[in-house]
Design a protein around this ligand. Structure first.
Ligand code: HEC
Length: 159
């Protein structure tokens, strides 16, 4: 029995050693669990970082259609939606202003992209742009005035 106890003690000391080592390896995250969660939340940021991604994907959709790369346009619209949905999880007080964008604007543009109808695309993209700005107005950031992208070379081109 005492043999068993000392083996157990050795295992516990070993595990404690492993845990401490892990904490030692942390570069900036607090070794206090609660403070660490608060730090992680702060570093993941709120809606601004989501919008940086949305802005880039908005541009990518326009540029992909210009390159006839409808698959890449659809891919970007899907990720744009993910960025907004995740952003709303972080800032739920913005949900109400995003409702028509999520329920109407994204599905409408998706339909146009899937149909590959270039003639409808410009009209639909114009409406999409307006719905970005409608939300900016309701969220009191009207100075973020989204315009139609000015095309220059993208990192991804024709397929
Ligand atoms: C929920 C409503 C909402 C929708 C929908 C929305 N935005 Fe925003 N957007 C915001 C808010 C709020 C901010 C300011 C974020 C902050 O201050 O934290 C913002 C900021 C931005 C910024 C500035 C980001 C920065 O930090 O430089 C860009 C670019 C942007 N939005 C683009 C778009 C585009 C493009 C669309 C449409 C495809 C769009 N947004 C749709 C609410 C929205």
């Amino acid at each position: 029995m005492s043999k068993y106890k000392s083996l157990l003690a050795i295992i516990l000391i070993f595990l404690a050693g492993c845990y401490e080592k892990k904490v030692d390896d942390l570069m900036w995250l607090s070794d206090d669990r609660d403070s660490a969660f608060i730090q992680i939340e702060r570093h993941l940021r709120g809606f601004d970082l989501a919008m940086k991604e949305v802005g880039e994907r908005y541009y990518n959709i326009f540029s992909a259609v210009n390159d006839d790369n409808w698959g890449y346009a659809i891919y970007n619209l899907t990720k744009l939606k993910t960025a907004i949905v995740n952003g709303l999880e972080r800032r739920p007080n913005r949900k109400l202003s995003a409702q028509s964008f999520l329920n109407y604007s994204i599905p409408a543009l998706m339909k146009t992209l899937k149909s590959k109808e270039r003639e409808n695309f410009l009209n639909e993209f114009e409406l999409f742009k307006q719905s970005c700005n409608n939300c900016h107005i309701s969220e009191k950031v009207e100075y973020v005035n989204v315009i139609l992208p000015q095309l220059h070379s993208s990192m991804v081109g024709r397929q």
